[in-house]
Design a protein around this ligand. Structure first.
Ligand SMILES: [Zn+2]
Length: 293
């Protein structure tokens, strides 16, 4: 499952990089509507008829159109929806897979679907709107934790969630983001530096939130989630990911409003020196008396 996700993400990353290069995109924010129009793809805003639909890819003869849903009044979300449809347009095999014999594909953009093509188009969108190296350069001046994510979202005109995911993929810091609803985890992304901590386990979809976390307490009040309240606290990385190390982490919690979901940013305050720990353990081991029979 995770490997599939990584492969999807990689394929989409490469394709988005190619598009950014070929279309001479060198500044932020990237405007996906302008890009679509430069390809003679018509783009229109549309009120979604079915809840949860973020946008549509349409085919009329040999021409394509993109409709994006306006029920979520957020420019970042709308940009992401258009970029997701562009993913279907550019990614090899997508047009056949998502349109087939039909002339209309309805999307569920925003890392909410388990469908392979939807996930790939989401990763494409994130990499198109927040391309390397423009985005990684911006990270260097953005600070850390939620404040960094928020300023990057403003700079790229992207949603908090999409920015948080992309930030986690690009930062050199040890950190993780978790999107949750109620007392359950929807998904989690860990930065490469955090993944290196020995014995951490992936948090899976549907897993329970740690009861001793600020997120768990925050989510007990749906009003706070809906009204995009914020809170912060500290918790232990162990409670979230297991591992034998006791690592304190700051926990920033933000209600995502009408999504009914919550974004949590975990930033360990101080990672132990794992090399030192290993050396100490090896030394202890070598001092243990051994008895031969
Ligand atoms: Zn789609």
């Amino acid at each position: 499952m995770n490997r599939d996700r990584d492969e999807s993400s990689w394929r989409a990353t490469l394709e988005a990089r190619k598009v950014v290069k070929e279309h001479g995109i060198t500044t932020l924010p990237v405007d996906p509507i302008a890009l679509a129009r430069s390809l003679n793809i018509e783009v229109m805003a549309k009120e979604a008829s079915t809840e949860g639909i973020s946008g549509m890819l349409l085919r009329v003869g040999n021409a394509f159109g993109i409709a994006y849903a306006t029920h979520i009044n957020n420019l970042g979300f709308q940009n992401f929806s258009v970029a997701h449809e562009l993913g279907h347009y550019f990614l090899p095999g997508h047009i056949d897979a998502v349109l087939g014999d039909c002339d209309l594909h309805e999307s569920h953009a925003g890392f909410r679907s388990n469908d392979r093509y939807e996930i790939e188009a989401d990763h494409f969108a994130a990499n198109l709107l927040m391309p390397t190296p423009l985005f990684t350069d911006a990270i260097d001046c953005a600070g850390e934790g939620f404040a960094a994510i928020e300023s990057l979202a403003e700079l790229c005109v992207t949603s908090l969630t999409a920015t948080a995911i992309r930030y986690t993929q690009c930062t050199r810091d040890a950190m993780a983001i978790i999107v949750s609803a109620g007392d359950r985890v929807n998904y989690c992304f860990m930065s490469d530096t955090l993944k290196e901590v020995e014995g951490l386990e992936w948090i899976r979809k549907g897993e329970a939130l740690p009861q001793d976390s600020a997120t768990f307490r925050f989510n007990r009040d749906p009003y706070r989630v809906e009204s995009a309240n914020r809170t912060a606290g500290t918790s232990n990385l162990q409670d979230w990911f297991g591992s034998r190390f006791n690592i304190e982490t700051t926990e920033e919690v933000i209600g995502l409003g009408s999504y009914g979901r919550t974004l949590t940013v975990l930033t360990p305050t101080d990672l132990p020196d794992f090399e030192e720990i290993q050396e100490e353990e090896e030394m202890m081991e070598s001092w243990k008396p051994r008895f031969r029979r």
